[in-house]
Write a protein that binds this ligand. Structure first.
Ligand code: IMP
Ligand code: MG
Length: 498
């Protein structure tokens, strides 16, 4: 075991010593980071300080984290563990999926499993920044460990309070040079608030925001140096889209600039063959989005969407997690996944792909005589497989009133499976009329009618890569609040023709 009294004492002593010497604030923060890593045996640590607008967090000292991770866009103080701003300690057990992180995909790429974030707070509760600890394996911090980190955070706040703000700024700037070539890095680019260099960049950012596609603005600069050929300076692509592992450089129409840009991009591709970069014209935004299933060229009528509820990447992350859990729970048992057509096909395909144990699959189809009558469900396609002795997992796209599920579960129970459980991607808990037990839930959602990722409205929108809410005008027409799958045969013929 790492840590304990002796280590804790040594850490406090070292940090205090650094603060008493003529050291720059930067050095003191480095001492904080280094000593926390040593005392607790964590893999990485950073001190983040709020900038003057109090809207952004700046990595002011860091160790054990890759440079590109530290350079991920500007941290929005509200979005990135906003609870810290209220003085709360935030503990994240699984950094790759926790919605409180601003860039979970990047955390995953950086191999971060858990993190602990503690506010650096003055005595009146004013938050100056945060102290964050990162681990590569999932870790739970004991009360004693948390207490230690809180004490160090308080000590750090005291030291910062003592340093006059002007000194702090001057010292930090000086320290930048010092940080070059040092394992501990300061990120000068992140000191300026996020302002776009060009309106078209902002336009693309808004578009990406709409689809909840994660983006980073100018997160990384590539030195364009070629052996024997001298330096061609740096190249900083405008955006990075972690979900697609894609850099995007927006083009201007100025020919003179274009030629230079093309040359740089060619050089970048030669020097960094693993880097995916796309040169994008304003007119081409829809081309880029369509490539990934978004926008009106993608064939999914995304302009009918009022807002996106779960992005493609979010869904994939959650489905992978469910699959992992299912694989663990059903290890060594004969598993049969049963889906109810048609809404479930996207979810079923992804879930099955991510399940790592042998599994069978079968489908049922049902239709409804009327939208409201509970017993008006009829099976139009029964199973091909016998469920007797199998461990059956009934997979659903969405559970609303629970009527469908209730009916199908009773039908399956009659065929004596070894066990019978339910997995649904979406759960509209508040609309439940029949209480059905659900073992695995992807996401709970509100009562709003959603489409995409297999879910339809009158047979349409199934092929959207995300789950989103339709514009209300479109919902008002025709049927009420139940989709094609639920409302039954009426639409079925239309669909099969497609
Ligand atoms: P339940 O029997 O009321 O639980 O209805 C479940 C079925 O209704 C689902 O399998 C879907 O086919 C459909 N459904 C319920 N809510 C939605 C929605 O928001 N979008 C699309 N289909 C839905
Ligand atoms: Mg369904």
């Amino acid at each position: 075991m790492k840590g304990g009294g002796g280590q804790y004492y040594r850490a406090v002593h070292e940090i205090f010593k650094a603060s008493q010497s003529a050291a720059t604030i930067k050095r003191v923060l480095n001492a904080v980071v280094r000593n926390i890593i040593e005392a607790l045996g964590v893999d990485g640590c950073t001190v983040l300080l709020l900038d003057s607008t109090r809207q952004h967090l700046i990595h002011s000292a860091a160790q054990g984290l890759s440079d590109w991770y530290l350079r991920k866009g500007l941290l929005d103080a509200q979005k990135s563990l906003g609870e810290n701003l209220e003085g709360k300690v935030v503990e994240i057990a699984d950094a790759t999926t926790d919605p409180r992180l601003q860039y979970p995909a990047l955390a995953k790429q950086a191999g971060i499993a858990s993190l602990l974030s503690v506010p650096v707070m003055k005595k009146k509760g004013e938050v100056l920044g945060e102290l964050r600890l990162y681990t590569r394996h999932q870790r739970h911090f004991s009360r004693e460990e948390k207490g230690f980190v809180i004490s160090i955070a308080n000590l750090t706040a005291l030291i910062l309070e003592n340093a006059r703000l002007t000194d702090l700024v001057r010292q930090s700037t000086e320290a930048q040079a010092e940080a070059e070539g040092n394992r501990t890095v300061l990120i000068p680019d992140l000191r300026k608030p996020l302002t776009f260099a060009h309106p078209s960049e902002e336009e693309l950012a808004r578009l990406l925001d709409f689809y909840r596609i994660e983006w980073l603005y100018e997160p990384r600069s590539f030195p364009l140096q070629q052996a024997g050929n001298g330096s061609h300076g740096m190249f900083t692509p405008d955006f990075y889209l972690p979900e697609f592992d894609l850099y995007v450089e927006l083009t201007t129409s100025k020919q003179r600039l274009m030629t230079a840009k093309h040359r740089k991009i060619r050089l970048l591709k030669t020097l960094y063959p693993q880097v995916n970069i796309m040169l994008l014209n304003r007119k081409d935004y829809s081309r880029l989005l369509a490539k990934y299933g978004y926008g009106h060229f993608a064939g999914g009528s995304t302009e009918d969407i009022h807002h996106v509820v779960f992005s493609h990447a979010q869904i994939q992350r959650r489905v992978r997690q469910l699959a992992k859990q299912i694989s663990r729970d059903y290890e060594g048992k004969p598993l049969l996944l049963i889906g109810i057509l048609k809404g479930v096909v996207f979810f079923m395909a992804d879930l099955m792909r991510y399940i790592s144990i042998p599994t069978g699959v079968d489908f049922m189809a049902i239709s409804y005589y009327s939208a409201s009558a509970s017993q008006a469900v009829r099976i139009t396609k029964d199973l091909d497989t016998s469920v007797a002795g199998m461990h059956v997992l009934l997979v659903e796209d969405i559970v609303d009133t629970g009527m469908t599920l209730n009916y199908v579960l009773r039908h399956l129970e009659a065929h004596k499976p070894a066990s019978l459980k339910v997995c649904t991607l979406l759960d509209k808990k508040t609309r439940r009329l029949v209480d059905v037990p659900i073992a695995y839930v992807g996401f709970e959602i509100s009562e709003e009618f959603v489409v995409g990722y297999g879910l339809d409205h009158k047979g349409g929108y199934r092929n959207l890569p995300f789950v989103g809410v339709l514009r209300s005008e479109l919902m008002a027409e025709g049927s009420t609040d139940i989709g094609n799958d639920a409302k039954g045969g009426r639409q079925e013929a239309v669909l099969q023709d497609k």
